[in-house]
Design a protein around this ligand. Structure first.
Ligand SMILES: Cc1cc2nc3c(=O)[nH]c(=O)nc-3n(C[C@H](O)[C@H](O)[C@H](O)COP(=O)(O)OP(=O)(O)OC[C@H]3O[C@@H](n4cnc5c(N)ncnc54)[C@H](O)[C@@H]3O)c2cc1C
Length: 393
C-alpha cells in the first residue's frame, strides 16, 4: 500500500487519529473564546483567533512549502480540519478558515503565475492577508455563468488593462479581505466561454465591499456584497489566462464541495458526544433519557450520519489525490455531509429539550450554523443535478 492509502485507511478506521486529536485539543484550548455567545449575536469576526489558527499552520496545511505552506497531503490536511471543527466552537471562524484553505488558495496554486504565487500565497498562509472568492451575484446564483459583472479590455502604451464593473453577492470574508478573486465576463451572451478570473487587491480604486450582512448562522464569518465600479487592473491580475474562468471555477468547486465540510464533520462529532453525554445525565421518569428507545435511536442515527459523511469525505479525498474523476463523489459527499448536519442538529435539539432551543447552549447555534451548508458551494439541488447527470452518461 502507498503511504497515502495507508493514511486514508487510518483516517477512516481511527476516529481518534493523532493528527485530528492534536488539532482538536489545541483548538479547544487556544481557540476557546468565552465571548463567543456575544460575538455570535453581534456578528463579530475574531481576528485574533484567525491569526492563532494561521500560526498553528492551518492555512498552510496543503500549500506547497515553496510558498510558505506546510506541504501536507490532502488526507492529513483534512484530519487537521476535522480536528479544528471538533475543538473550535466558533464554527464561523472554522468556516472562514476552511473557505480560504479549500477554495481560494488551491486556485492560486493551480492557476497563478509564479509572480502571483510568490505575491499572495506566503502572506495568505501566514495570516497577514485574507482572501475572498467572488462569483455569485444577486441575479446569478446557481446559474453562475449568467453573471453580469463585466470586464473590458483596453490596450495602452503600458500594456493591456482590464476594467471591471458590476456587483458580487454573499462574499464570505468580503468585509475583511485584502485580496479578492473576481469572476467577470467579457460578454454575457458568451456564457461560460466569456468568463475570466482576476486577482484584485483591496484598496484598488472603485473596489467597494459593502457592510457585513447579518445572517441566520455562521454569524462570526463576515459576509457582504462587493461592488466594482470601473476597477482597473493590469495583465498581471489575470488568473490563468483570459477565458479560463470556467475551468478555474470548476477546479475550485470540486475541492470546495468535497473538502470544505471537513470542519463541519468534526463539529458533528462534538455535537454527538455532547448529546450522548446529555442523554446519560438527564433523567426523566426515573431513568436517563438515553434509556428510552426513541432517544437512543436518534443517537444511533446521528452516529450513522456522521460515519457516512466521513467515509464520503475520505473517499473523495483519495480520488482527488489519485487524480481520478471525483466530481460525482464530491457532489455526493457535499449532499451527505451538509444534509446530515442539519438532520443531526435537529436530533440534538430535540434530545436536549428546551435546553436545545435556548441560546445559553451551543445546540441551537449548531442548527443555525449548519443550515448554510445546503446552500453554499452549490445548493443540494445543484449537487443532485450533477449526480443525476453522471448517472445518465
Ligand atoms: C454561508 C454562505 C456563504 C457563501 N459564500 C460565498 C462566497 O464566498 N462567494 C460567492 O461567490 N458566493 C457565496 N455564497 C453564495 C452561494 O454560492 C449561493 O447562494 C448559491 O450558489 C445559490 O445561489 P442563490 O442563493 O442565488 O440561489 P438560487 O440559485 O436562486 O436558487 C434558489 C433555489 O432554486 C434552486 N435551483 C436553482 N437552479 C436550479 C436547478 N438548475 N435545478 C434545481 N434547482 C435549482 C436552488 O437549489 C434553490 O433551492 C455563499 C452563500 C452562503 C449561504
Amino acid at each position: 500500500m502507498t503511504d497515502l492509502a495507508e493514511l486514508a485507511v487510518a483516517a477512516i478506521t481511527d476516529l481518534h487519529h493523532p493528527v485530528k486529536m492534536e488539532t482538536a485539543e489545541w483548538a479547544a484550548k487556544d481557540l476557546h473564546d468565552p465571548a463567543l455567545g456575544e460575538r455570535d449575536l453581534a456578528c463579530e469576526f475574531w481576528a485574533e483567533g484567525w491569526q492563532r489558527a494561521a500560526d498553528r499552520g492551518l492555512l498552510a496545511a496543503w500549500v506547497d512549502p515553496a510558498h510558505g505552506g506546510g506541504g501536507h497531503d490532502v488526507i492529513t490536511s483534512l484530519l487537521m480540519y476535522e480536528g479544528l471543527g471538533y475543538g473550535c466552537a466558533d464554527t464561523g471562524l472554522a468556516f472562514a478558515l476552511s473557505t480560504q484553505t479549500w477554495t481560494m488558495q488551491p486556485v492560486i496554486e493551480q492557476f497563478g503565475s509564479d509572480d502571483q504565487k510568490a505575491r499572495y500565497l506566503p502572506r495568505l498562509v501566514d495570516g497577514t492577508v485574507k482572501g475572498a472568492f467572488c462569483i455569485t451575484e444577486a441575479e446569478s446564483g446557481s446559474d453562475t455563468f449568467a453573471m453580469a459583472t463585466r470586464f473590458e479590455e483596453q490596450a495602452g502604451d503600458g500594456g493591456t488593462r482590464y476594467v471591471l464593473s458590476g456587483s458580487k453577492a454573499y462574499v464570505t470574508m468580503g468585509p475583511e479581505a485584502d485580496v479578492f478573486i473576481v469572476f467577470a465576463t467579457k460578454d454575457q451572451s458568451m456564457g461560460k466561454w466569456g468568463v475570466s478570473a482576476f486577482l484584485v487587491d483591496a484598496g484598488t480604486p472603485g473596489l467597494e465591499p459593502g457592510p457585513n450582512r447579518p445572517k441566520m448562522g455562521l454569524r462570526t464569518t463576515p459576509f457582504c456584497d462587493v461592488h466594482f465600479n470601473d476597477v482597473e487592473v493590469g495583465a498581471d491580475a489575470v488568473l490563468g489566462s483570459i477565458g479560463s474562468g470556467a475551468a478555474i471555477f470548476s477546479h475550485a468547486m470540486e475541492a470546495e464541495r468535497a473538502f470544505v465540510l471537513a470542519a463541519q464533520i468534526g463539529a458533528m462529532e462534538r455535537q454527538l458526544d455532547q448529546t450522548v453525554h446529555y442523554s446519560r445525565e438527564r433523567q426523566q421518569f426515573g431513568n436517563p433519557i438515553g434509556d428510552f428507545q426513541a432517544v437512543s435511536h436518534r443517537l444511533a442515527n446521528m452516529k450513522l450520519r456522521h460515519d457516512n459523511s466521513r467515509l464520503q469525505l475520505y473517499r473523495s479525498a483519495m480520488l482527488f489525490a489519485l487524480g481520478k474523476p471525483s466530481m460525482e463523489a464530491a457532489a455526493l459527499a457535499k449532499i451527505q455531509a451538509s444534509e446530515s448536519a442539519v438532520d443531526s442538529s435537529m436530533d440534538a435539539l430535540l434530545t436536549h429539550g428546551a435546553r436545545g432551543y435556548i441560546s445559553e447552549y451551543d445546540i441551537e447555534r449548531d442548527l443555525r450554523n449548519v443550515a448554510g451548508g445546503v446552500v453554499y458551494g452549490g445548493t443540494s439541488d445543484v449537487q443532485r443535478n450533477i449526480v443525476a447527470r453522471m448517472l445518465r452518461r
